[in-house]
Design a protein around this ligand. Structure first.
Ligand SMILES: *[C@@H]1O[C@H](CO)[C@@H](O)[C@H](O)[C@H]1NC(C)=O
Ligand SMILES: *[C@@H]1O[C@H](CO)[C@@H](O)[C@H](O)[C@H]1NC(C)=O
Ligand SMILES: *[C@@H]1O[C@H](CO)[C@@H](O)[C@H](O)[C@H]1NC(C)=O
Ligand SMILES: *[C@@H]1O[C@H](CO)[C@@H](O)[C@H](O)[C@H]1NC(C)=O
Ligand SMILES: *[C@@H]1O[C@H](CO)[C@@H](O)[C@H](O)[C@H]1NC(C)=O
Ligand SMILES: *[C@@H]1O[C@H](CO)[C@@H](O)[C@H](O)[C@H]1NC(C)=O
Ligand SMILES: *[C@@H]1O[C@H](CO)[C@@H](O)[C@H](O)[C@H]1NC(C)=O
Ligand SMILES: *[C@@H]1O[C@H](CO)[C@@H](O)[C@H](O)[C@H]1NC(C)=O
Ligand SMILES: *[C@@H]1O[C@H](CO)[C@@H](O)[C@H](O)[C@H]1NC(C)=O
Ligand SMILES: *[C@@H]1O[C@H](CO)[C@@H](O)[C@H](O)[C@H]1NC(C)=O
Ligand SMILES: *[C@@H]1O[C@H](CO)[C@@H](O)[C@H](O)[C@H]1NC(C)=O
Ligand SMILES: *[C@@H]1O[C@H](CO)[C@@H](O)[C@H](O)[C@H]1NC(C)=O
Length: 780
């Protein structure tokens, strides 16, 4: 009997506790919640709970995604991540009657751009709320601050700034939710909140505020939160200030990611406490000073990202065998000196990028690690000596870029068969191209331009690379290419072929062998006669340069390449006219036919092409009047100088609001001074010299005429009278020249995106002449 009683108690226990039937109220609430939404399978890379299996007949505590309290059998957690839910949750939704809810996860659903419903604040016991990536939009309901027990809140989203926090809501939430450990508001709009007003819970472990428009000064408070392990603040362009002393930071700090902000100042040298730091990312800021040695010896650091800053000095020579670095990215800084010899201690390195710095001297002769190195990028430094053989023997290497250095010597045998990108242009390498290159079956990029190679190579060999996308061999010394027309080769993926400056006397026969070629560069060779038909038949071509050859081809032929964006046939022997058929190439952005023997007029349609950015027809024998059909387009540079144009200046040029360079010098143009150009906001160069322009130069009619002008040459015309004082005074940027005289900024010329035909500066008979990087400011 005793045993029977015990057994009944056992059954009762089992029944009411471990097999708790769900609370009827909650069951009903869930069924109504289910009915208020539609289910639509959207892409998710995990198995999602099937709310569809929720049925009246079964125990709701056993439903997919539902967790109940073991005693009260109230629903305490709902995880419908990737549930395929679609629709809105209304304020009267029965969901909010589940008052025992502690954890709610509706991530990766589609709530149709509705607002987060305000009754969410009624979940008094909620500790975890996750509504990430579920298509909520609009203002965060102020009631969210009632959730005082929250430990984790994830409202991260895909679409920037779709969720918006008012400062009051944000402040009250932080004040109330003092147990918050995880806060992820990636891409929420926090622009109303300044860094100063952040009063973050000291229990925070993970804080993700990437791309939130947070503004103000980076505060110590955030870096010194006592329990912080992960801090993500990247992509906040209004966040400035300096990185203070980090000795206050928690020893358990694991991730510090503050890239793409506006921070400046030095990187503090106080990392010794941060023994758990694995990722340190300050890239894309304005940090200066040198790399602190204490940072480099952190025992667990595996990713150090400082690229795009102003860091200078040498890399401290402190690397140990115990270092765990896998990724070191220092590109675009001012780092100098030799590569530290202790680099070779780095066994675990996967990616090393120190491109665009001032590293000098040779690379170390021997390296003991690097067996997992996949990327070695040292582009644009001052490295010299021969390239050590280990560079070409790393077993995992995928990308090697040593371009833009001063390496000499030959190209050793290559045994890094995993290589996909081999970029050595712009060095002083000599000798033959190593035959071993042709064993690199997976190459997509082979760039050997601008070296001193010699010998002869069969072009067809390069077709061994089935995946080749970019092949650059231009200007490589005495290297000569054999094109045997009989050999059947093909480049099924080649996008760019650069064979400029290779002494070619004939066009290689390529046509269908390169079905997707977009860029073909054959400038500065000895090509003569007509451009072969196959070139005009290549539909894929977007950029073609044939400059500096001896071509006599009619310009009209290029109208067959109607998809062209860039065409340069300057410095050839082109004759004949330019017919309006050239406008079939309606995507043209940059057309350079300068320095030929072209005759006739400019077709009207050409200057109104919608995408035209640069038009250079200078130094030809073009005549007639200039077309007056300039449209409101993006034209930035127009060079028609040194031709035989006559008649008036086209007033429609004032439509070209983006115009920066206008050179009409050395023609026969007859008109008065074009006052109507003074409103062009970006015009930097205006050259009208050597024409038949006449009359007075009147006082400006606008407040700031020619606001950007830098070179102004109207010499050798028939203007009369004085130059109005106002004119001289109102040339804003020229005034700057006067002030900047001591520190001129010649970079301006270097950075120009156009090839400007050299503007010969005339002083004899000049009325006004300005040049930013000269001390001669004004001559009469
Ligand atoms: C499912 O969602 C997709 C994408 O939002 C939508 O195009 C489609 O119409 C929806 N299907 C149903 C049955 O509602
Ligand atoms: C669920 O079943 C109960 C009893 O079987 C019934 O009274 C109730 O109406 C049903 N509810 C729904 C939403 O179907
Ligand atoms: C809930 O609210 C929605 C819209 O606010 C309304 O259309 C619906 O009838 C309401 N449902 C109930 C049961 O009150
Ligand atoms: C803080 O939380 C408590 C408890 O949920 C709530 O009563 C109170 O209104 C909240 N305060 C604010 C400012 O939201
Ligand atoms: C929110 O849910 C998603 C999907 O389940 C998960 O990947 C993410 O880590 C959760 N966020 C937090 C803070 O737990
Ligand atoms: C910050 O929050 C704490 C409690 O979380 C509170 O005691 C303190 O007064 C707050 N400070 C400010 C400046 O709001
Ligand atoms: C962000 O929110 C502020 C108001 O807090 C608003 O003025 C701004 O337009 C929003 N920004 C975006 C990009 O939506
Ligand atoms: C960090 O280390 C310094 C000494 O190096 C010590 O004074 C400081 O208290 C430590 N900070 C923390 C937060 O542990
Ligand atoms: C290289 O990578 C492999 C595979 O990821 C790993 O097992 C091995 O430990 C790595 N070697 C070093 C020296 O880090
Ligand atoms: C390499 O460069 C260093 C420093 O720039 C210079 O001292 C050295 O002579 C150069 N070596 C060679 C072989 O050019
Ligand atoms: C070339 O690439 C293929 C496909 O990615 C890969 O399977 C193969 O191992 C690679 N070959 C070498 C030599 O790395
Ligand atoms: C332009 O030059 C061509 C010859 O190149 C000549 O036939 C034509 O008359 C000229 N037109 C004008 C308007 O001078």
């Amino acid at each position: 009997m005793g045993m029977g009683w015990l057994f009944s108690v056992f059954l009762l226990f089992r029944f009411s506790f471990s097999h708790s039937w769900c609370h009827p109220h909650d069951k009903l609430a869930l069924l109504h919640f289910k009915a208020s939404l539609t289910i639509n399978v959207t892409y998710c890379d995990r198995v999602y709970p099937t709310i569809e299996t929720w049925e009246n007949e079964t125990d709701c505590c056993s439903w997919s995604g539902v967790t109940c309290h073991p005693i009260s059998s109230h629903v305490t957690a709902l995880d419908l991540t990737c549930g395929g839910l679609q629709g809105k949750i209304n304020a009267n939704s029965t969901l909010f009657t589940l008052s025992h809810m502690q954890s709610l996860n509706l991530a990766f659903n589609d709530f149709s751009n509705s607002q987060i419903p305000s009754p969410i604040g009624e979940f008094g016991s909620l500790t975890h709320l996750n509504l990430s990536f579920s298509n909520f939009k609009g203002e965060i309901p102020p009631q969210i601050s009632h959730l005082s027990k929250l430990q984790s809140l994830d409202l991260s989203i895909d679409d920037w700034f779709q969720l918006r926090w008012e400062e009051g809501t944000w402040k009250r939430m932080l004040q109330n939710a003092t147990d918050l450990r995880v806060l992820d508001l990636t891409r929420n709009n926090l622009s109303s909140t300044s860094m100063r007003s952040l009063n973050l819970s000291s229990s925070l472990i993970t804080l993700r505020l990437r791309e939130t428009r947070l503004k103000g000064k980076l505060s110590d408070d955030i870096l010194c939160l006592p329990n912080l392990q992960h801090l993500y603040l990247s992509g906040n362009f209004d966040l400035h200030g300096q990185l203070q002393d980090l000795s206050c930071a928690s020893a358990s700090l694991n991730v510090l990611e503050i890239s793409y902000c506006e921070l400046d100042g030095p990187i503090p040298d106080c990392f010794s406490n941060l023994t758990h730091l694995t990722l340190f990312d300050l890239s894309d800021n304005y940090f200066n000073g040198s790399i602190p040695p204490s940072l480099l010896i952190l025992p667990r650091l595996n990713s150090l990202l400082l690229h795009y800053n102003l860091v200078s000095g040498k890399i401290p020579n402190v690397f140990h065998k115990s270092n765990r670095f896998e990724e070191l990215d220092l590109h675009f800084n001012n780092i100098e000196g030799e590569l530290p010899s202790t680099f070779s201690n780095l066994q675990h390195l996967i990616y090393l990028d120190i491109s665009y710095n001032k590293l000098e001297g040779p690379l170390p002769n021997k390296i003991s690690g690097f067996s997992n190195l996949t990327g070695l990028l040292l582009t644009d430094n001052l490295l010299n000596g021969t390239i050590p053989s280990w560079c070409f023997a790393l077993p995992s290497l995928v990308s090697l870029d040593l371009s833009g250095n001063q390496f000499t010597g030959g190209m050793p045998a290559i045994s890094s068969y995993s290589l996909q990108s081999l970029v050595l242009d712009g060095n002083k390498l000599q000798g033959n191209i190593s035959e071993s290159v042709f064993n690199l079956v997976n190459l997509t990029h082979l760039q050997l331009s601008s070296n001193n190679f010699s010998g002869s190579v069969n072009f067809s060999l390069f077709s061994k690379f089935q995946n080749l996308e970019i092949l650059r061999l231009s200007n490589s010394g005495q290297l000569s290419l054999n094109f045997e027309s009989s050999v059947n080769y093909s480049f099924s993926r080649l996008l760019e072929l650069d064979l400029s400056s290779m002494g070619l006397t004939e066009f290689p026969k390529l046509s269908r062998k390169i079905p997707v070629l977009e860029t073909l560069l054959l400038s500065n060779n000895k090509l003569n006669g007509k451009v072969p038909n196959w070139l005009h038949e290549m539909d894929s071509l977007l950029e073609v340069s044939l400059a500096r050859n001896f071509l006599t081809t009619p310009v009209d032929q290029f109208s067959r390449n109607y998809q062209l964006k860039y065409l340069d046939v300057s410095f050839n022997l082109l004759t004949g006219g330019i017919s309006s058929s050239i406008c079939n190439a309606s995507f043209l952005q940059d057309l350079d036919l300068s320095n030929n023997k072209l005759t006739g007029t400019i077709p009207q349609c050409l200057v109104s092409l919608p995408f035209l950015l640069v038009l250079s027809l200078d130094s030809n024998r073009l005549n007639g009047t200039l077309p007056n059909t300039f449209a409101k387009n993006i034209l930035s540079s127009l060079q028609l100088n040194d031709n035989l144009f006559e008649g008036p200046l086209p007033e429609s040029l004032s439509n070209c609001m983006q115009l920066e360079v206008l050179n009409l010098g050395n023609n026969q143009l007859e008109d008065t001074f074009p006052h109507w150009l003074q409103t062009l906001p970006n015009l930097v160069v205006l050259v009208l010299r050597d024409n038949k322009l006449h009359g007075h130069i009147y006082i400006l009619r606008t407040e700031s005429g020619f606001p950007s002008l830098n070179i102004f040459d109207i010499s050798s015309n028939n203007f009369i009278g004085p130059i109005p004082e106002d004119y001289i005074q109102s040339f804003e940027s020229m005034k700057n020249v006067v002030q900047d005289e001591v520190v001129p900024k010649p970079q301006l010329y270097m950075e120009w995106p156009y090839r400007i035909s050299p503007i010969t500066v005339t002083t004899k008979g000049a009325i006004l002449l300005f040049k930013k990087n000269s001390n001669k400011i004004c001559e009469h």
